[in-house]
Design a protein around this ligand. Sequence first.
Ligand code: ADP
Ligand code: MG
Ligand code: ZN
Length: 433
Amino acid sequence: MTAYESVIGLEVHVQLKTNSKIFCSCPTGFGETANSQICPVCCGYPGVLPVLNKKAVDELVRAALAVGCRINPRSVFARKQYFYPDLPKNYQISQHDLPLAVNGHLDIPQKSGEKKTVRIQRIHLEEDAGKLLHAVGSRALDYSLVDLNRTGVPLMEIVSEPDIRSPEEASDYLDTLRTLLRYVGASECDMEKGSMRCDANVSIRPVGQTSLGTRAEVKNMNSLRSVRDAVAHEIARQIQVVESGGRVVQETRLWNQDEGATHSMRSKEEAHDYRYFPDPDLVPVELSADWIETLRRSLPELPEARCARYERDLGLSAYDAAVLTAEKTLADFFETALNRFEAPARREAAKPLSNWLTTELLGRLNAQRKTLDESPVSSVQLADLVKLILNGVINSKAAKVVFDHMFTEGGDPETIVKAKGLVQVDDEAEIGR
Ligand code: ADP
Ligand code: MG
Ligand code: ZN
């Protein structure tokens, strides 16, 4: 039996965090009344002119720098022509030959402790299309509605090289990318709200073969799990096709999560010729070295560096450091708490603080479906509780009682300890009395 290797490249669309759309001043809020966030520009009325939103460029460049891309000092918008009811201009403004950023890479931490590097081919800027709402009516009353609120929302498309080798790696890539983009603040990356979407290009080849096999592109996944399931299913389907003497054809397939299967949407023969050409309404984007440098300096410490620092300077395990740095808000909370300790005491405090934060506090918050921002216990209060334990004022059993009180009724740990008479008594004479 032939052993096969799977080869995957991802095209990820991410909504950039801006207040207004890419070429007009309409707002970008999610879930508003249909067609309440539109104007002649995003609706493509004749005679209107697009004006580029600088914030969209800035956020894309910051994200691109975070994945080590080279920023093109000059990039060009192109019209991608196709006809679909959610696209009022009948072309999408995108970038083709000259994208804003090229040649980056993303390092994915693996369980073995090694890192898997996936190269990023390009990141370009484009506008989103609208949304169709299909009313399933009778044969006489069967129609679709068009909502253009999303039309003109700024997106960046991040195209990877075909470096991914398994369904798990595909979802780890997305997970790592999402963490990074949230850190940078370039996007919310919420797959359920559509602010992060992914198309997977999948092919197989016999192990040892270096040339690429024919790929199918799988669309319509809206969670990390569905990406994993869809890619796994597509790999199995292709192996079956080849094993039964057939050939994989280049086509676009739609994933159906309920059925757990993909269906052919269009073949290469029906593939679009988008007739790209430079958009005559928009000037090329020219970025000076100074501008790029300013954006580079605006980046926060990135999760990889932060994680390494926690291991090195605080003596935390790789696991603890990864958990703490998975979300910026969590790592910030941890550091604010840790800074309550004098510098020499921080190494000793890091581990108990990490435990109280990730196990006790997050556990209680998760049970109530609350986020860290909504925590009734502040970072300072949590630090003070850990201080009382480390200084031997209370034992860990008493600490649980105090913590419970802090979480349910609020209050500072010292006050609660005094009020409840929980101070630990070490003095033997005192105990014996
Ligand atoms: P297109 O212009 O049709 O979108 P690209 O060549 O730009 O095609 O590739 C799009 C994506 O497909 C990239 O992420 C790339 O890594 C991936 N890809 C290309 N060839 C293959 C292949 N044979 N197997 C898996 N992925 C591939
Ligand atoms: Mg494609
Ligand atoms: Zn508009």
